[in-house]
Every structure is written in C-alpha cells, then in structure tokens.
Design a protein around this ligand. Sequence first.
Ligand code: ARG
Length: 461
Amino acid sequence: NTGALWGGRFADGPAAAMAALSKSTHFDWVLAPYDIAASKAHARVLNGAGLLTDDDLATMHEGLDRLAADVASGAFVAAETDEDVHGALERGLIDRVGPEVGGRLRAGRSRNDQVATLFRMWLRDGLRRVGSEVLDLAQALVGQAAGNPGVVMPGKTHLQAAQPVLLGHTLLAHAQPLLRDVARIVDADRRLAVSPYGSGALAGSSLGLDPAAIAADLGFDSAADNSIDATSSRDFAAEGAFVLAMIGVDLSRLGEDVILWSTPEFGYVTLADAWSTGSSIMPQKKNPDVAELARGKAGRLIGNLSGLMATLKAQPLAYNRDLQEDKEPVFDSVAQLELLLPAMTGLVATLEFHPERMAELAPAGFTLATDIAEWLVRQGIPFRIAHEVAGACVRAAEERGTGLAELSDEEFTAIHPALTPQVREVLTVSGSIESRNALGGTASGQVQRQIEVAEATISRL
Ligand code: ARG
C-alpha cells in the first residue's frame, strides 16, 4: 500500500509518470479550507447516523481544526506522494488523530461528490469577490458621470462621427453591462447553491447519511436531486466561466475606448501617472497599459471558457477523470479579474477629461445633420425628403469647407424653402443633446435619471 486512498487491490504503486500526470495538489490546494469545513459537517452527519460516537466526533473536529490551522499557517503542505488535496487532508487528519478515528471519516463519501461540492463552494466565494470588485468599477464610472455634468462629447458609430452625446451618457453605457454581469453572478449563485455532498461516487448514500443536513450546514440552499447528475455535471462551472469571460469582454470594450480617448488624435482624456506606464526607450511615452491588459486578458478569459466547454463536451455519465481539468481555467479567470478589476477602477476613477477638446469635436463631421432632418419633420416635411435636404446641407457645407451652422440663411432657403433661419435652434450641440429627452436618451435630465437608477442598482446588488 502506497498510502493513496485506493491502495487495497493494487500490488504495485503508480509509475512515476502516472503519479505526475494524476497529481492535482499544485492547484486544488485552494480547496483545502472548504474540504475541512465539509469534513466537519460530514463528521456531524456520521455522528447523527450513529456511525461515529460523540467522543470520536469531538476528537475528529479537534483534529480537523488543528489541521485547518496548520494548512492556514503553511505548517501542513502537500507531500510528494499526495495525489490530490482530499487524500492529503486525510493523511493530515490521521497524522493528528490516529487511524482508528481518522479512518472513519471517509465512510459514505467519495472524492467525486466532495470535489463537486468544494468547487461550488469555492466558486460561490470567488464570484462574490469578483462581483464586489465589478460594483466598485461601476461606481467609479457613475462617479465620473456625476462629476462631469453637462460635458459633451462626439458620439460615434462605426468609429465615425455620429451624434453629440453627454460624456455621462457614454460612461453609463459602460456601467450598465457591468451591472448586468453582477446580476448574472447573483443569478448563477442560485444554481451554485445546490450541494452534491452525499451523492457518493455516483449512486447516492446508503449509510443513512442526510445530504440535506450537510447542504444546510455548508450554506447551500438544498441538496442535489440526482446523485449521478450532481457528481458529473459542471454546467455551474461553465456558467461561472462565462460570466467571468463576459466581464472580461466588457472590460476590454471599456479599455478600448480609454485607449482611443487618451491618444493625442482624440485628446479626450489624460491618464493619471499612477495608472499608466512609460517606455524604456521613448522618454515622452505614457502608455495605457491597464486598458491594454484588460483587452489582452479578455482573450485569456474567453479561452478559459472555451477550453472548459471542450473538456465537458461528450463526457459519458457519470464522473470521469477529465473533470479534474475543470478547475484551473475557472481559478485562473477569477485570479485574472482580481488583478485587473482594482486597476481598472483606479484608472477610471482618476481619468481627467478635457471638456473643451470634446466640445470642439462634438459637432465636427456634420453630427447635427440628423437634427436638421428631424427639425424639418417637425415642420411637416416627410422624413425621406428631410433626410435628402439635410444631406444636401452637408454637401454644401463640405464644399464650402465649413460646419453646418456656418451656412447662410440664403444658402439654407436655396436648398429647401422650409429651411428658415429658425433651423439654427437645433444647430448647436447642446440644443441637439437636450432635444433627445425621451427615456434613455442623452438629454441631461435623462442622464441624471440614469445616474440615480445605477446608484440604486449598485446599492441593491
Ligand atoms: N482530483 C479529482 C478532481 O479534481 C477528484 C478525484 C476523483 N478521482 C477519482 N479517481 N474518482 O476531479
């Protein structure tokens, strides 16, 4: 017997390369505190079923507490011969309380129901940490929106000049997806809160152990309905990986805008020194590395999701060792976002916007042409014609090399008799913005309303 959890029927221990391939302690060690908490709950259930005396339960709990402290301090670590965290912790328990008591803990459970439960516990905590960091970033965006009232900027589609909008409206357009991501975490947690513990290897419990008692003890909402499903499905992990990848995508979209805005060609914003980097050769450089790493890490998070999905695809029921590959991508996605999110929050909170530059560019590229067309519609002109007429104004201004507002009264009426000098009321950036006052529009009242709704959502989530 090699000391592994399954020595009985083997005359020989595993070959070195077999053991190396099989080993997971270098990444599943983060499950140790959850493993020990679940073992304490399992011991209580064994005691409740009459399979562990009160004295043995007390010894077991005391040993598990000492083991937890030794794991936390680093005094207990994985040995070369440990296959995974579960085996290592059983070894640690037996070292502390002896084989007579320590050897009773494993009754009625398998590493298959254990690992599925512990992974869910870890992920619930991981997603909660990420969610709270995402809310901090959303709050920073809302704070910048509230701190820059009335600041206008060019709105773009296809990266081409489209219509003027408020800066706050744009910043909130980045906050909204992040708030939905947090809502996704809250929703995913309802499915994560189902405990596989007590499913055994696949077929369920025979020793009179109550899965619902363990589930409640470990903070789950309920125990799983089907032990085969509970030990073999990892859609909970894929769903977590998706939400994490989606957060990455949303951060990369925000990052891309910050990268563009901070170029001299745009000149909308200056990045704080603390959240940018320099060049080892070009002394003038100030680079948006935080935003670029957001863009880069999004690719990695998408890779973690697709890798996990590929691992899960076409696995037959029930547990297969393929499933040992489920944890690293999810652990990595959480770790990357825990690095990235505080930096993104710092970057956003310290952005210094340049309102004059944005105001100067807001009407450039004839972005008020839509306002001329809609003004004509309000004078009773069909939109088809109004669109043509506004287009003719653009052509005339382009030929003269001026903006739309610089066309003379005579030039306007020559283009169409309905274009009286009153059209000038919509030929300002602020007139255009304030006219878009329907729900969700860019008018300042609507943006103020959005700020209030976003703040209420942040405090609710
Ligand atoms: N370490 C494994 C995992 O992460 C759990 C062990 C299950 N091993 C087994 N032979 N059934 O999935």
